[in-house]
Design a protein around this ligand. Structure first.
Ligand SMILES: *Cc1c(COP(=O)(O)O)cnc(C)c1O
Length: 429
């Protein structure tokens, strides 16, 4: 592997503010550029069928400014907790643009979501639908729901599959009994459509199209058998983005043609009926906008190996790596300055990048070629705008959580830091 050129893969705006950021908040620091959020949104929007709706999945990055930017661009919100719902509403997302999802909703959260105006839910089982119906009668509200379907595989792609095998998500497409019940209204709730979400991070363009085609055909078969006309077809997502390594956001030039074609075949009346076609994305909207700045604390040898200890471990980045979030379990940082490594101190063997946590599991890269590494050096980890801090083991080892800095091109628009503390809980009699 050749040595990366200094700063390659880091947005120029972030490079320009680097010294100022490091001086003010230190490292680890996440830096997000809203200008990149805008270009990522425009790119994905352009690749999707005309007239379809794009929902931002807040679990990828619930930062208020980032969410507000996406809402201002026209993104709707896919949320899976009251915390995410609060962020979406505070970002001026109208409640009727929210889809509430998740395989384990509590009665309290469903009621809270209804009280805050949410009227569209994805239900994942007969029990989940029952809970929604009961919450609607308690609150005197009505709601529509999408039936989440565990559809058969359309491809072998994706770094983390949700469907096409036994799964906690949704109702098996073969479970006719459950589907028949869910396709009929209950109390104050009624089915308005179907929801599929096959896998995330599907890299091959043909595989992505095949997943959507499979989803559409599965939904059409279920709806057709029951004589049900869906108002909403939520085809989920799976749009890929590079994670924690340099790389451009993939585009999908053939996707809209392929999806429109299968939709027109499976639902020939959909344009006349005004059927809503919905997509969801977290990583493809947020990943490219983020860069993690981290400092090398030590470089040392042990036996025949070299270790570089960073100030960011799995408490800051990659707590999800063990769960299959990373396609390859390795980050690829880039040096932000040439630094002071003398020619004789250049590392000639692969380096294992580890974090500062007292556990041998705190490994960010098993072996990378990084001859330039030296203590004190600041590194940038590009494409970390999705599944960064909130997908990490923030509380483990009680280290100060990373700062988050939001830029808009050349302006710093927000700076903050997570705080972890215990609050007293009061018991009622
Ligand atoms: C996680 C999730 C998403 C977003 O996945 P990305 O890979 O970040 O695009 C979308 N929809 C649902 C239902 C999810 O669970």
């Amino acid at each position: 592997m050749t040595e990366p050129s200094t700063g390659s893969g880091i947005p120029a705006s972030i490079r320009r503010h680097l010294a100022q950021i490091v001086q003010n908040v230190g490292t680890p620091a996440y830096v997000y550029d809203l200008a990149v959020v805008r270009s990522s949104f425009a790119a994905l929007r352009d690749d999707l069928p005309v007239g379809s709706e794009l929902f931002y999945s807040l679990k990828a990055n619930p930062h208020p400014q980032l969410v507000a930017q996406l809402v201002a661009l026209g993104a709707r919100a896919e949320v899976s907790s009251i915390g995410e719902l609060a962020v979406a509403l505070a970002a001026d997302c109208p409640a009727h643009h929210v889809l509430y999802t998740g395989p384990g909703k509590t009665p309290e959260e469903v009621e809270e979501a209804l009280n805050r105006g949410v009227r569209l839910f994805s239900v994942e089982s007969v029990t989940d639908r029952q809970r929604l119906a009961e919450a609607c009668s308690r609150t005197g509200t009505t709601a529509g729901y999408l039936i989440r379907i565990n559809s058969p595989r359309g491809s072998t792609g994706g770094s983390l599959r949700m469907t096409g095998r036994p799964s906690a998500f949704g109702v098996d497409h073969t479970d006719i009994q459950a589907l028949d019940r869910l396709l009929r209204p209950l109390g104050r709730v009624r089915p308005v459509g179907m929801h599929t979400f096959c896998a995330t991070n599907i890299a091959a363009p043909a595989a992505l199209a095949a997943e959507f085609e499979q989803s559409v055909r599965t939904i059409a078969a279920i709806a057709g058998r029951a004589g049900f006309t869906p108002d909403v077809l939520d085809l989920g997502g799976g749009f890929p983005a590079p994670f924690a390594r340099p790389g451009a956001l993939p585009r999908h030039p053939y996707l809209k043609g392929a999806v429109d074609a299968v939709l027109d075949t499976a639902f020939p009346d959909r344009r006349r009926n005004g059927t809503r076609v919905v997509f969801e994305s977290g990583r493809a909207l947020a990943a490219s906008a983020g860069t993690l700045l981290t400092t090398v604390l030590d470089v040392k040898r042990s036996g025949d190996r070299t270790f570089a200890v960073l100030d960011s471990g799995v408490n800051v980045l990659g707590g999800m790596s063990g769960l299959g979030r990373l396609r390859s379990p390795s980050i690829v940082p880039v040096p932000v300055d040439a630094g002071t490594a003398s020619p004789e101190s250049r590392l000639t063997t692969p380096v294992t990048l580890v974090g500062p946590l007292c556990t041998p599991l705190d490994v960010l890269a098993p072996a990378i070629d990084a001859p330039y590494l030296h203590p004190g050096q600041v590194l940038a980890v590009p494409n970390t705008g999705a599944y960064g801090p909130t997908a990490s083991l923030l509380g483990f080892l009680s280290r100060t959580p990373p700062a988050e800095v939001v830029l808009d091109g050349d302006h710093i628009v927000a700076t903050g830091r997570f705080e972890l503390r215990t609050q007293e809980v009061t018991f009622r009699d």
